[in-house]
Design a protein around this ligand. Structure first.
Ligand code: ARG
Ligand code: ZN
Length: 895
């Protein structure tokens, strides 16, 4: 590993003796080095005094140790140790204890008998720009984010998930006027004003469930609240409260409805009930991730909890529902049963993403949901798995755990859970989950324990080989060839290629369609592919068949035909006849992909592919109003994203790809212009029939479809007349919009057309955004994604805008994150340079954010402009002060 000056060590992570290692370079922690702690903290009591620029935290722990020496985690840069007491006696630094940059080590402790250790630290949450530990939100409230390792930035403690303590008493004290609301986990046991100072007040909380440090939370602020309640199936009355800044409480209704739906769904589907009398959620604007499942006190990024028709798009609403569900479902899969160490993260995240996906599928449309999730998986996870950050869903090592909250751990992890369900059947899977939760309730366990519970509940099915999904990185490739025999059999030959050459257990769902009629003759069956090559035989068939393989995307793999001869005609056949909605969509996506690839600068057009695409597009467009699957039609008509397309190329020319995709879009728009206009008007008519804006799947589908049609219509801008026409459509759409979804669709189209309305619309939208941070983010994003010759300059100007701030991760992602997805702005020398500049600035404030923003540079080897991307990585690596987070990403990228 490269040596860069870094001040960090890891003390209680996995092995207890590393605090004596030199502190000169980042430390890589390995899964194989896991060691249990030689002591246990049984109970913990916290006293938190919030005062301007000086917060004091007193921590009292009851501990039993089997070693006389003990090490607690603590980050000396953030917390200053004031004193330590053992059983009420003050200890001396040097002889009784020692403090290093990352740990407090105590000597000569009582063996095997419980003792009390009391520490006092001070900290300045106002200066905590990393948003890990205790910090101040842009609204002024104090809040915490402890996962993965924030607790050590709050007080000294064994900050690892297998150390579960009862938080017996958490007392928070603060100014009563500025911070009227004081919250922590569990139940409120007492509150009042302070006797010695009536300007101050306090609250005392108690959590009956032992928990690891990462699930601790506290909040102090001036907050408004939406209250409701829910009664569980066994009769527990639960108070539900969602807090936000007082002027935002009208935006909490949808989150509350989603929460109640999630509680009901987990009872119905898995028999799982909530276990406390109170469920609190707090919305904060400055947040590194999506949301956090702290026991009884979820903390949410405002983006995933605030929503109303005027400020949130349909996709935002869908996101709120799924994230609310996700954090709620963690109460069982994550909190009641947690992870032994952070390498097991997918144990709770993969499983909980799977659960939130199933929830969303049940609340909305399963097919739509599946398409959306697979699109996201291919767009992000496949790229991660093909680049230098590739890792198994259970990683083997990390420098900064925060870098491993990845698409692989989350989305591919969820696919692995889905494969259990596909292999075991829904009933078998549910039995396995039940056994897992019963067997391990209150414990911190591993992915192996999960697999064991699944296996024990399904003894007729062998899961031995399935285990390899936890240790194998990379996206497997499954190749197929079929053979029809005159004796009425069909042989499907499957091959698999994995990153290490050894086979995985891959469930391949297959159905067969009659070649002559298109009718399904064999309904979906799960083939268990367990060898490198395997042949499956279907018999008693009346005539030749066409296979529909990997239905509903039954495994996270790439499916490739061994014989490419008539690939397009087979895809066209499936697009027309497959009974599996997912594979119908998939077939059209494959056709688009091959057409787009034919338009790459070096390639020639293939007229047969165009004919197949034309047919499929025509059929979808013609029938798109005939049933209520509007979202499906919308997705069938949508071309694969640039990131999904890029993933299939060995050498990526991002600008050429962008142009090829645009060309195909324009060809389709030109060919179908009149039908597109006709359907657009019909949809406008349908939507105007209901006055109030609705958010059911049908209404969302209508808008989604109409916005896809608008996007095609507005892509025609070759001549000044066409530009005027496109701008007129976009502007009309924007002005007539009754909600944020349509507004954004109109505005997004408009900003990529050279026209006089552009600036007016943006100014108007800016006015509308005043006072709403999330809407303002959209104003930044829509411009950052605009495809114009001057995109980069616009983005650089916006970076200097008074409303732009590096302190709010949502704002940074809205501008800089979107910029990196805009091929024409990003993929040029000045674009790479700009990202490098930004990363340096962000890294000094918030390493979790900088390391995430750096990821677009990682796959440089595959890009035609790779050397220029690499230059930025090298520039970053040469910095004397780079965070561990960014160092890990950058050095992996260059390895
Ligand atoms: N457990 C959270 C979730 O629900 C993610 C929190 C991760 N935060 C972090 N800073 N690493 O997915
Ligand atoms: Zn989660």
């Amino acid at each position: 590993m490269m040596t860069v000056c870094h001040l960090s060590t890891t003390s209680t992570n996995n092995n207890q003796n590393v605090d004596s290692l030199p502190t000169s370079k980042p430390i890589e922690v390995f899964r194989k080095d896991y060691q249990p702690l030689p002591y246990k903290v049984d109970t913990i009591e916290l006293d938190i005094q919030l005062e301007p620029r000086k917060t004091t935290i007193t921590t009292q722990m009851t501990i039993t140790s089997s070693s006389q020496t003990m090490t607690l985690d603590g980050d000396r840069d953030v917390i200053q140790l004031q004193q330590v007491e053992l059983n009420g006696v003050l200890l001396k630094e040097g002889t009784d204890y020692q403090v290093t940059a990352s740990a407090l080590t105590l000597f000569q402790l009582p063996l095997h008998t419980p003792f009390q250790l009391t520490t006092r630290v001070t900290t300045i949450p106002e200066d905590n720009t990393e948003l890990s530990g205790l910090y101040q939100d842009s609204s002024g409230m104090y809040c915490t984010q402890m996962e993965a390792m924030g607790f050590r930035r709050f007080t000294y403690m064994a900050d690892r998930p297998d150390q579960m303590a009862t938080f017996a008493r958490v007392r928070i004290e603060a100014d009563a006027h500025q911070y009227p609301i004081l919250l922590s986990n569990g139940n409120l046991v007492e509150q009042g004003s302070c006797e010695n100072n009536t300007n101050r007040h306090y609250a005392i909380w108690q959590d009956p469930f032992p928990k690891p440090t990462y699930l601790f939370a506290m909040v102090a602020g001036n907050l408004g609240v939406l209250q409701d309640s829910y009664t569980t199936k066994s009769g527990r009355h639960v108070d539900l409260q969602i807090f936000a800044e007082p002027h935002q409480t009208h935006l909490l209704q949808y989150a509350m409805q989603s929460l109640k739906r999630a509680m009901q769904w987990d009872e119905d589907r898995y028999g799982l009930e909530y276990d406390l009398d109170l469920y609190n959620i707090v919305a904060v604007d400055s947040f590194n991730m999506g949301a956090m499942e702290n026991k009884g006190l979820n903390v949410f990024n405002t983006a995933y909890v605030l929503a109303d028709p005027a400020t949130a798009t349909d996709t935002d609403f869908e996101r709120v529902e799924s994230v609310i569900g996700h954090e709620y479902f963690h109460n069982w899969t994550g909190n009641r049963v947690t992870c032994r160490d952070w390498f097991q993260l997918t144990l709770k995240e993969g499983l909980t993403v799977f659960r939130d996906q199933e929830f969303s599928a049940d609340m909305n449309s399963a097919a739509v949901n599946r398409i959306e999730n697979v699109r996201a998986l291919r767009g992000r996870q496949f790229a991660e798995d093909a680049g230098p950050m590739a890792h198994p869903i259970r990683p083997e090592s990390y420098i900064s755990m925060d870098n491993f909250y990845t698409a692989t751990v989350y989305s591919k992890g969820a696919e692995v859970i889905r494969m259990y369900q596909t292999i075991l059947g829904v009933e078998g899977f549910n039995q396995g989950l039940k056994l897992y939760l019963e067997r391990h309730d209150g414990q911190a366990v591993t992915c192996d324990d999960f697999l064991q519970a699944m296996a024990d509940a399904n003894q007729d099915i062998d899961l031995t080989l399935f285990r390899r999904w936890y240790s194998t990185p990379g996206t497997p490739v499954v190749k197929y060839r079929g053979e029809w025999n005159e004796n009425g059999t069909y042989q499907l030959h499957l091959e698999q290629e994995t990153s290490d050459g050894d086979p995985l257990h891959i469930p391949v769902s297959v159905g067969l369609l009659d070649h002559a009629t298109g009718k399904e003759v064999v309904s979906t069956q799960v083939l268990n592919l367990k060898e490198s090559q395997q042949t499956f035989t279907f018999s008693d068939l009346a005539g030749p068949v066409v296979p529909s393989i990997l239905r509903t995307f039954s495994a996270p793999v790439k499916l490739v035909p061994l014989e490419k001869d008539n690939e397009s005609s087979v895809l066209a056949f499936l697009a027309a006849h497959d009974t599996d909605g997912f594979n119908r969509w998939e077939a059209v996506q494959r056709l688009y992909t091959s057409l787009i690839f034919h338009h790459l600068p070096s390639k020639e057009e293939s007229s047969s592919t165009w004919n197949y695409v034309e047919q499929a597009f025509a059929r979808t467009l013609d029938t798109c109003l005939d049933n209520s699957d509007y979202s499906i039609s919308a997705y069938v008509l949508t071309l694969p994203s640039e990131s999904t397309l890029a993933e299939e190329m060995d050498v990526i020319d991002p600008i050429g790809l962008h142009q090829a995709r645009s060309t195909v879009k324009q060809q389709l728009a030109r060919r179908f212009q009149s039908v597109l206009m006709e359907k657009y008007s019909a949809l406008t008519e349908l939507l105007s029939q209901t006055k109030e804006l609705k958010f059911d799947a049908t209404s969302i589908g209508l808008r989604r479809l109409r916005n896809v049609l608008l996007d095609y219509l507005c892509s025609l801008k070759d001549t000044p007349e066409e530009c005027d026409q496109a701008a007129q459509w976009a502007m009309n759409h924007y002005q007539a919009a009754t909600g944020m979804t349509d507004q954004m669709a109109g505005l997004s189209a408009l900003v990529s057309i050279d026209n006089p309305f552009r600036q007016d619309a943006l100014d108007q939208f800016y006015q509308q955004a005043v006072g709403n941070s999330l809407v303002l983010n959209k104003w930044f994003t829509v411009q950052a994604l605009a495809s114009t010759p001057t995109s980069l300059e616009t983005i650089q100007k916006l970076y200097q805008h008074p409303d732009f701030t590096l302190k709010n991760p949502n704002r940074v992602r809205a501008l800089v994150g979107a910029f990196t997805m805009n091929a024409v702005a990003f993929h040029q020398p000045a674009g790479y340079q700009f990202l490098g500049d930004v990363l340096l600035e962000v890294d000094a404030l918030n390493p979790q954010l900088s390391s995430r923003l750096a990821s677009p540079l990682l796959p440089w080897r595959k890009y035609v402009s790779g050397p220029l991307m690499k230059e930025q990585l090298e520039r970053l690596l040469a910095q004397p002060k780079l965070s561990d987070d960014l160092y890990e990403i950058v050095s992996r990228g260059l390895k």
